[in-house]
Write a protein that binds this ligand. Structure first.
Ligand code: CTP
Length: 404
């Protein structure tokens, strides 16, 4: 379970630092890639040479390399890591973590880390029991750190042994269990999903365009849901005023249908699936005017030419295993039209929303959908928030990815 996982191992100045060598060896044996960070005091207890030999990487400790002026970026390390483990963690290091005292690379990296952080304290009983230490551990825990302590049953009796660092085997087991649990909660973690959202604008002249009322809200709710389940999301969106939150959402902003198609063509081969939630303009102006069109007393005609059908392009291109889902926004003959689109665009499923339904459609925060699958079965859902609707749609996508 630790294969390929990137772990920052922080080693601080405790006698238990000798156990870090065993811990590191176990992590590497399980296939983890480990970058060791040591504090100055840590180096008094175990040599960096030992830990760099075991990890196969130079041990980092200082912000700068004295010799060549290289700067070690705590931000890069914090982003690189899938987990940060500080073992042993002294009372001093925990105190610095709580108070944001960034006078070494280890604490600085902790403050930049976006990954889960595990802390295995090691100190004598009096230090461990001091209100300062207890308070700091409680604070770290309340911020989401996992404090790793030997189970009380593993201690000889009462307080004896309190403050001793947990054994390396148990620490590794705990990390493995954490990753297994996390992956269960993130069923799309190895998946990359393309998602279109929002309207497209097709220019009439430099100041006017043909557009539609799409707010992009449904698409953005889908982006957050996909990312929360672990997917890397390639969001290709037209002009909207929305922001994404999750760091796994990679946004490409486009204006026209042609630009949206170009972005999708580039990304789709790299993806496991696509959800086409954009309200793409079906037509564009044949020849947009280079200058602003002036008012005249005459009627004005614009010649429109069809835009490419992005969903259909991807539906026809998809390779075995890839899933493509679309939306159908209908005002009449909804089911029949949706089924036609499903077939014509070679989709795996289509999400039908009817403008006839109160609370459904473009602009609001709610939606009422039906999903029609490739098996032609229809499932109706009640009126829900767009976030809840996104979850129903992603459930369906997940099921298709498994069966495809
Ligand atoms: N779609 C697309 N490219 C287009 C038009 C539509 O990718 N040029 C996608 C939409 O994102 C949606 C699905 O196709 O997932 C259906 O969109 P919709 O506008 O309902 O259907 P159209 O094919 O445009 O048909 P019509 O406008 O005639 O209803």
């Amino acid at each position: 379970m630790l294969k390929g996982k990137k772990i920052v191992l922080g080693v601080t100045g405790s006698i238990a630092a000798y156990k870090s060598a065993v811990l590191l060896r176990l992590l590497v044996k399980k296939g983890a890639e480990v970058q060791v960070l040591m504090t100055k005091a840590g180096k008094e207890f175990i040599t960096p040479v030992t830990l760099s030999a075991l990890s196969g990487k130079p041990v980092l400790g200082e912000f700068f390399e004295r010799g060549d002026g290289t700067w070690h970026s705590h931000v890069d390390l914090g982003l690189w890591a899938d987990a940060m483990l500080i073992a042993p963690a002294t009372a001093s290091t925990m105190g610095k973590m709580v108070n944001g005292i960034c006078d070494n690379l280890l604490v600085t990296t902790y403050l930049s880390a976006r990954c889960p952080v595990f802390v295995a304290p090691a100190m004598d009983l009096d230090m461990f029991q001091h209100p300062s230490t207890l308070q700091n551990m409680t604070t770290l825990q309340s911020w989401g750190c996992t404090i790793i302590e030997p189970a009380s049953g593993a201690l000889a009796s009462g307080l004896e042994g309190k403050g001793r660092m947990e054994e390396p085997e148990a620490i590794v087991q705990l990390l493995e269990d954490w990753f297994v649990g996390a992956e269960k909660k993130k069923p799309l973690s190895a998946k990359r999903i393309l998602l279109t959202a929002g309207p497209t604008y097709e220019a009439i002249d430099p100041v006017r365009f043909i557009g539609n009322y799409s707010s992009g809200k449904m698409g953005f709710a889908l982006a957050e849901e996909l990312a929360a389940r672990g997917a890397r999301v390639e969001l290709v969106c037209g002009p909207v005023h929305l922001k994404t939150v999750h760091p796994n959402i990679h946004r490409s902003s486009v204006t026209t249908a042609a630009e949206m198609l170009a972005a999708c063509q580039e990304l789709f081969p790299l993806c496991d699936g696509a959800i086409m939630a954009a309200a793409v303009a079906d037509y564009r102006v044949a020849q947009p005017a280079a200058q602003k069109i002036k008012r005249s007393g005459e009627a004005l005609s614009l010649q429109l030419v069809p835009n490419p059908d992005i969903a259909r392009e991807l539906g026809l291109q998809k390779r075995p295993g890839q899933v493509v889902a679309g939306f159908a926004l209908e005002t009449v003959n909804e089911e029949q039209n949706a089924r036609l689109k499903l077939e014509k665009k070679n989709l795996d499923f289509i999400v039908l929303n009817s403008l006839a339904e109160e609370g459904a459609g473009f602009m609001g925060d709610t939606n009422k959908i039906s999903i029609i699958g490739a098996d032609n079965k229809r499932r109706d859902f009640p009126l829900k928030t767009k976030a809840e609707v996104a979850s129903d749609i992603v459930d369906h996508l997940e099921a298709c990815l498994i069966t495809n």
